[in-house]
Each structure stands twice: as structure tokens, then as C-alpha cells.
Design a protein. Structure first.
Length: 268
């Protein structure tokens, strides 16, 4: 694991350790009805729109975009929704990505779209902290525990988005009950990004589904720099894209999100 990712995992463990004796976790998941992400993606695709999960992302390792308060997170999410995003991803990791659960909750209250909690989930207690429609589970971090975390997430009312980067992690994901698989084009050991990762793994998911009569929703994550990249991963077999840095770097969150949503309309 790259040192930057290992640092996040270490600080996450410390944060969980500090909270473990405290039984005051929010447990908000039972307070609202889960929004149907799979139907939202299908509806966007049927209308010729690219299903874009737009991300409220204050920072990434080594790069800060902007400080984002809950009020600002809600404002950004509203612009993303108005631009046609199919869901909103919210970073909640506080040390490196500068996210927060407060941002997640503010976004969920503001928009009508499904909301993904994006964090490094390594302990069951984290699934008690706050409610969301989807939760990220990273196969490369959870390893053989992935199946148990998927089952727990489903039992608690989350739609698990299982993230993979290679065929070994994909095999683990396909053994679980997860319906949504994210292909991370970023290697967590080197932080190198290569869209060929989606081109390699998406067909394997399609072949698995063909042979087994199953259906998985495939999301391409990381490295999307414009409409051409969107078209590339969609043509490779992705159903949707998750985009954070490109949107947060732009002068207009609304315009950049809309540009990505309309990527297939610009084919010539």
C-alpha cells in the first residue's frame, strides 16, 4: 500500500479506537428510505445521459481544492444535481481528504439524488456513524473480510459499492452480494492512474454476468479528465463514471458536471 494510503488507514484506525468505547454513534440509516441508485442509472442511460456520480471532494493526497463546510457541500451538491448528475459522492475522511460526516448529512438533506459515503471503511462501527444510500467498500483494503462487510452493509440498508483494481480483487467482489462494482483506475500501491484498468476489468464483469445470469452495475472511478475519457470507459463497458477532482478543479461545478453528463451527445 502506498504510504499516503497507509497514513489514511492508520489515522482511521486511531479515530475508531478513540470512539470505540463511546456508544453514541448516530445510526441514522433507519431514519430515511434508501434512494434507488440502480434505477437512477438506468433512467439516465435510457435518456442518453451519462450517469455521472459527481463528488464533493475538498482535497486529495497532496492537493487541496477548497475548504468545504456543510453549507458549501450542500450548495455544490445542488449544482451537481441541477447539472444532471445521477448521484452525489461525499468524502467523509477528515485527515487527508478533509471531508466530514456533517458534509454527508448536509448533502443528503439537500438533494433528492442517491448519496454515496466515500471513505476508508475498515471497521463495522463506521457503518453506524451516519446514513447514506451507498457506501464504499474497498476490496484491496478489506481483503477476505469483504464479504462480511457487504452483508452487513446490505443488512443496514446501504447499497455497497465495492471498489476493485485488479482481477484478484474483482474475484472477491463477484463472490459477494454486491450489485455495484467500482473499477478504480488508480493503483493504491503506486497512486498511478490508467484508464486501461477499466478496459481490462469491465469485460470480465460482463463475461461473469453472461455465464452466471447475474447483473452488476459497473462504475469507472478516477482519472476522468473530460468527455473523451468518459466515452472511452463507457465503450469499455462501464455503466457510469465517478468524477471528483476534475469537477472540483473547474471554475463552474455546474458547467463541468453538465459537460460530462452530455459526453455521449457530442459523439461525431
Amino acid at each position: 500500500m502506498h504510504s499516503a494510503i497507509q497514513h489514511i488507514l492508520d489515522t482511521t484506525k486511531n479515530r475508531i479506537r478513540a470512539c470505540e468505547p463511546n456508544t453514541g454513534f448516530g445510526g441514522l440509516q433507519g431514519e430515511f428510505t434508501k434512494r434507488d441508485f440502480l434505477s437512477a442509472v438506468a433512467a439516465a442511460s435510457a435518456e442518453g445521459r451519462v450517469p455521472v456520480i459527481a463528488e464533493v471532494k475538498p482535497a486529495s493526497p497532496g492537493k487541496a481544492f477548497r475548504e468545504i463546510s456543510p453549507e458549501e457541500a450542500a450548495k455544490l451538491a445542488r449544482e451537481m444535481e441541477e447539472a444532471g448528475a445521477v448521484a452525489i459522492s461525499v468524502l467523509t475522511e477528515p485527515e487527508v481528504f478533509r471531508g466530514s460526516l456533517e458534509n454527508l448529512e448536509a448533502v443528503r438533506r439537500t438533494v433528492s439524488l442517491p448519496v454515496l459515503r466515500k471513505d476508508f471503511i475498515i471497521d463495522r462501527l463506521q457503518l453506524e456513524e451516519a446514513g447514506s444510500d451507498l457506501v464504499l467498500l474497498i476490496a484491496g483494503i478489506l481483503g477476505e473480510e469483504l464479504g462480511a462487510f457487504v452483508e452487513l452493509a446490505l443488512a443496514k440498508g446501504f447499497e455497497p459499492l465495492v471498489e476493485v483494481h485488479n482481477s484478484q480483487e474483482l474475484d472477491l467482489a463477484l463472490e459477494t452480494g454486491a450489485k455495484v462494482i467500482g473499477i478504480n483506475n488508480r493503483n493504491l500501491k503506486t497512486l498511478v492512474i490508467d484508464l486501461a484498468t477499466t478496459e481490462e476489468l469491465a469485460p470480465l464483469i460482463r463475461e461473469h454476468d453472461r455465464k452466471n445470469g447475474t447483473h452488476h452495475l459497473v462504475i469507472s472511478e478516477s482519472g476522468i479528465r473530460g468527455p473523451e475519457d468518459v466515452r472511452r470507459v463507457i465503450e469499455a463497458g462501464a455503466d457510469a463514471v465517478l468524477v471528483g477532482s476534475l469537477i472540483m478543479e473547474s471554475e463552474s461545478v455546474f458547467d463541468k458536471t453538465k459537460e460530462l453528463v452530455q459526453s455521449l451527445s457530442w459523439r461525431w
